[in-house]
Design a protein. Structure first.
Length: 483
């Protein structure tokens, strides 16, 4: 149970115990790149092709709408971080404002999300490696295992290495997008034909308009596009290991909205003005389609390196996040105490090893069913993503209530428009679940697994409560009250 702490009466900041032992090894440039990299991944580089095929130019509007809500979720998380930076991120905030059971549910659903996403990522790395004929004879599971070994090593040697490699992974993605935006804008500005097509807005009007398949098709795309932004919450975890978080974080989060607008929305607008939207197809990056239409040699190899980098970045981030989240849960008694231990590099090694054990299941799946592993695990991540964002917003709402009642001093950087925008964001997340019902069979089957997940969580909660060494595992921890 969460108990009031007298320190709150004079608004003295509380140092959460789940941050003890971590090094403040992340600098401003790394936090900036983590913020951007978390919002840009394979969902844009690869997934935009199938989404353009399904919705046409309206994809830009869907990206914009989902991007605005993603920004609001980041602002909600930012308000919580400014109140109390912690590597436990939303798990610690759920414990503080919603209770221990909420922290248990939030943490394990997040773990499920990143565990499933990690299996997808190592599978993606293996598939991208097979793009080059030189590696055609190497089995898919071997590349999956190699990717896992590399990223595990990087996470085990310290947060500085994680931050550095994530900086360069994110930089590669941003440079690739900037090159496309510059080249595409120049071609559109001088009206240079591409693949025999005159460029311009007429390509939209001549091919069915903004909604070529109707408004309903675009709305159904929301439940797919929302997952392109998964990983935005990583900045909350990284903030706990940043030396100057109160200066760096607001700037990093506020810059994300225009970067989403630039990289997602403007990219799609350029793509549909440079080629007919019907030229883009699923399974092929739309950026590759465009550069191939220009006749640029070697572009397929360059873009394959970029999407390979995006997959490795996601795998790297997932392993980093789950280790910290599992440790925060262990410190609160919601996970085995062994997961709270740090190694000599101040890394939650046991939590990382647990995640690696799940990823090894993905390696086995790549050996047994290499062509089906994506479908097996991809949609399971959906439940974790939606629940994580919902817990962030709910915690922010409780924090704002406590600030208004005078129980907690405001730390600034408040979520704009709250509580209206908080309720609106929760409504948006609920609508995504509703839209999943209409995505048969993938979304429907995912929702059908929710009762099973709920039963597993209930059994897990009961087990953790019966195996604690004391009646109240958090009795001696400095805690904040539940508003």
């Amino acid at each position: 149970m969460i108990r009031p702490d007298p320190a709150l009466e004079d608004s003295t900041p509380i140092l959460p115990e789940d941050d003890d032992g971590y090094h403040k090894g992340l600098g401003a440039r790394q936090i900036q790149m983590i913020a951007v990299g978390g919002a840009i991944g394979t969902g844009l580089f690869l997934g935009a092709g199938s989404r353009l095929q399904a919705a046409g130019p309206s994809l830009a509007l869907v990206y914009l709408a989902c991007g605005i809500f993603s920004f609001l979720i980041m602002r909600a998380l930012g308000e919580l971080v400014m109140h109390r930076p912690t590597c436990g991120s939303f798990v610690s905030y759920a414990r503080e404002f919603l209770g221990e059971k909420a922290a248990f549910i939030a943490g394990w659903l997040s773990f499920m999300n990143w565990a499933m996403t990690g299996i997808v990522d190592i599978t993606a790395v293996a598939m991208y490696m097979h793009f080059w004929g030189t590696f055609a004879a190497v089995p898919q599971w071997a590349f999956a295992l190699m990717a896992l070994c590399i990223v595990t090593t990087l996470n085990m040697v310290g947060v500085r290495w994680f931050g550095e490699i994530e900086f360069w992974f994110s930089l590669i993605k941003i440079v690739a997008l900037c090159l496309f935006l510059i080249i595409g804008s120049i071609i559109l500005g001088v009206r240079m034909p591409v693949d025999g097509h005159a460029t311009g807005l007429h390509l939209i009007a001549d091919n069915g308009g903004i909604f070529p398949h109707g408004l309903v098709a675009s709305l159904l795309l929301v439940q797919g596009v929302v997952f392109a932004y998964s990983g935005i919450e990583l900045i909350g975890t990284a903030a706990g290991e940043c030396a100057d978080v109160r200066t760096v974080l607001p700037r990093s989060i506020n810059s994300v909205i225009w970067r989403i607008g630039l990289f997602y929305v403007l990219s799609v607008i350029l793509l549909v003005n440079l080629l007919p939207w019907t030229a883009y197809h699923g399974g092929t990056s739309p950026f590759v389609t465009f550069f191939e239409a220009l006749g640029v040699p070697g572009v397929d190899t360059i873009m394959n390196i970029v999407v390979l980098t995006a997959a490795l970045s996601s795998l790297n981030s997932g392993l980093y996040s789950t280790g910290r989240v599992l440790r925060a849960m262990a410190m609160g008694g919601a996970a085995p105490q062994s997961l709270a231990r740090l190694n000599a590099s101040s890394v939650p090694a046991n939590g990382i090893w647990l995640t690696v054990a799940v990823y090894l299941v993905g390696v086995v799946l790549n050996y047994i069913v290499p062509s089906q592993v994506f479908e097996i695990v991809l949609n399971m991540a959906a439940i974790g993503i939606i629940s994580t964002w919902a817990f962030i917003v709910l915690s922010q709402m409780k924090l704002r209530q406590a600030v208004r009642s005078g129980r907690i001093a405001s730390a600034g950087f408040e979520m704009p428009g709250a509580p209206f925008t908080s309720w609106l964001t929760l409504g948006y997340l609920g609508s995504v679940l509703v839209l999943m019902l209409f995505d048969y069979p993938n979304g429907t089957c995912t929702l059908a697994t929710m009762p099973v997940v709920a039963i597993i969580l209930m059994l897990g909660w009961k087990y953790m409560n019966t195996t604690r060494s004391t009646p109240d595992a958090t009795a001696e921890r400095p805690q904040c009250p539940t508003p």
